[in-house]
Structure formats: C-alpha cells, structure tokens
Write a protein that binds this ligand. Structure first.
Ligand SMILES: [Zn+2]
Length: 353
C-alpha cells in the first residue's frame, strides 16, 4: 500500500470518527458551534488533500456532512484502494440522517480505536465488576436482549430474577438522544431491537438495517421513560448478539464464553476439537476481516467468524472478507447456517503459509 493510499484511508477514518463525534454531541438536528477539534482538523486535512490534487472540496463542516450522506466515495478527493469499502457505502444514512454501521466500522479501523474499541472497554469494565465469567455471561446476554428499553419499569428490575443483573448493567444505559423522538413518538425495531424512525424520506428505518418487508416497529408515547445502550454496544454487541443467541441455542453443547474483547465463544465440534467463534453483523467485509485477524492473534487460536445468512449471501462479501484476511491468519468466515449444520460443510480454514 502506498503512503498516499494509507494516508487517505486514515483521512476517511478521521471523517467517520468526526461523524460519530458530532452525532454524540449534537442534541438537535442543527449542530452547534464550535465544532469539536477533531472535526475541524479533519475538514482542514480533507480540503488540503483536495486542493493539492485539484479536486472539489467541501466548503465547511455542514457540506462535509452532506457529502457523508450523499456522495459516493469515488467522488471524494481521496485515493482509496479499490474494494476498500462496498460501492454504495455512505457514512450517514441519507434518509434517516444517522451514522451508518459502515461509519461506525470505519471509525473503529486502525490503532486509534473507535466505537468497537469503546464497546470492548465497556464490556471489560462490566466483566471486572461481575467478577466471574458466569455472571458476566448473564449480564452480556441481558444487554444483547435489551439494547433499547422502550418503557423502563423500575418495579420490573426489582424482581429477584433480574435485580442482580440490573444492578450490574444499569450504568451502561442512558436516555435515548432527543433526535429519535419525532412528533412525540419514539420507535424501536422488533427485528434488530435497535432504535428506529417510522417516517423518513425512504419510509421506515432502523439502525440494524432490517429488510423493509416485514419490519415491525414498537412505539412509545413517553420517550422520557426509554433507555438505550450507547451506539458502540448497540452496533457491536447487541446487533450481532441476536444471531449469536440463535447460533448458541442450536449447538449440541453449551458454548463457553471467554470475555475477550466483544466476547469469543468456545465449543467442541463434531471432531472433538475445541473451536472458537465470534459472531459479526457488519456492512464492510474488509475492516471486519482485519479486526477478526486481530482477535485471532490475541486468542492465539483459529477463529471462526459467524455472520447472519443474509450477510454471507451479499454479493462479494465472502470473497472480499477472505481476500482481506492477512497471510498466516487462521480466520474462517461461515454463515450461521453453515456453522450450525450437523455435518461439516467442507469450507476450509484459510491459513496461508
Ligand atoms: Zn431492525
């Protein structure tokens, strides 16, 4: 990779981090001045890159944000390697005006860390507070099942079955950002369990990207009673967690959690070998493969990355993931159906010499 390409990837990652940063500080649809330093610095870098190359540049931060919503990446003054992101990638969803999962994945790319690393830090803190892996596993499952609590009921969490878990996880929840409340209503998607909007320019939208057909939203008329996990845990724990719960329920034996990063599970496969797996639900295969390689390196063992069937079936996803796995890394991508199939599927682990 040339220095220019590497610098331009860094610059796009900085734009993604800026979107996440602005999103976390913006309380209404209009951003307030002054902008956070990372955002202004990123704009300056992008303008310099464009002017140096004689290419169009955004005139200010509002225009940069509209680029993130509307402009395809080949229209940016950046030299990105072909296939670095999928062709239709956007950092802000044009209809909902919210950061995309691509944005969160990109913001987590590289050594500085972003939402994914924030999720890992929050989970490490929870594991520490829990003291035992068993207690941590119960708390982690609670977060996966309840990323958004549309109507928080203080009496419900005093019930003996959940009281201890709630005491351990409650600090991770906060109020839902005001911008999700539209006409006094707050929506949550029953498919992914994440935040949703009922009427965007393209109809219903949810953070998890559920298919429009059959998507159901739950509504609350009292948004002030709602609680949600931070974006980092919604995107990187709760969303793949839905698939993880299904996968775990279909294994012949109970998978055991190792509290490493977002969580890695182990179970004995048909051949008696102990296998490690982590479930992903991501839009961008290349950053996903590189992160998986980092997890495999930390584990020191082969890692199966399990993705929802719909993700594995996306055109090019599997090939792009496999191509991005670094040489010598024992990472294998499987769909949830392949992973839980009673017989080996014949998909071999990628392990370059
Ligand atoms: Zn959804």
């Amino acid at each position: 990779m040339t220095e220019d390409v590497s610098t331009d990837i860094d610059l796009l990652v900085a734009v993604a981090r800026s979107v996440i940063e602005l999103n976390s500080v913006a309380r209404s649809s209009t951003f307030r001045l002054p902008y956070p330093p990372i955002v202004q610095l990123t704009l300056d870098r992008l303008v310099l890159a464009g002017l140096t190359r004689g290419l169009p540049v955004p005139s200010g931060i509002p225009e940069l944000m509209s680029w993130c919503r509307e402009r395809e990446l080949d229209g940016w003054p950046l030299a990105l390697p072909s296939g670095f992101l999928t062709a239709d990638a956007r950092l802000i969803n044009p209809a909902a005006g919210e950061p995309t999962r691509t944005c969160a994945e990109l913001a987590s790319f590289g050594p500085q860390g972003g939402p994914e690393q924030e999720a890992e830090t929050l989970l490490a803190g929870l594991a520490n507070t829990c003291g035992t892996v068993e207690r941590f596993a119960v708390c982690r499952d609670f977060l996966i099942r309840r990323p958004v609590i549309l109507r928080f009921d203080p009496v419900e969490v005093l019930q003996p079955a959940v009281a201890q878990t709630w005491r351990l996880v409650k600090e991770l929840y906060g109020p839902v950002p005001d911008r999700f409340t539209i006409d006094g209503l707050l929506h949550c998607c029953t498919g992914c369990g994440l935040l949703a909007k009922s009427a965007t320019t393209e109809g219903r939208w949810c953070e998890g990207g559920c298919l429009a057909v059959g998507r159901k939203l739950e509504v609350s008329q009292q948004p002030g009673l709602a609680l949600a996990l931070p974006l980092a845990l919604r995107f990187f724990l709760a969303l793949p967690g839905r698939t993880e719960l299904t996968v775990r329920s279909q294994l012949a034996e109970r998978a055991r959690l190792r509290p490493l990063g977002l969580g890695v599970h182990f179970f004995s496969s048909h051949d008696g070998m102990l296998r490690a797996f982590q479930v992903h639900d991501r839009e961008q295969p290349l950053p996903a493969a590189l992160r998986a390689a980092e997890v495999a390196a930390l584990l020191g063992e082969p890692l199966d990355v399990v993705v929802p069937d719909g993700v594995a079936a996306r055109p090019g996803y599997r090939q792009d993931f496999d191509c991005a796995v670094p040489t010598g890394t024992r990472v294998r991508l499987l769909s949830a159906s392949e992973f839980t199939a009673p017989e080996p599927t014949g998909r071999t682990r990628r392990a370059h010499a």
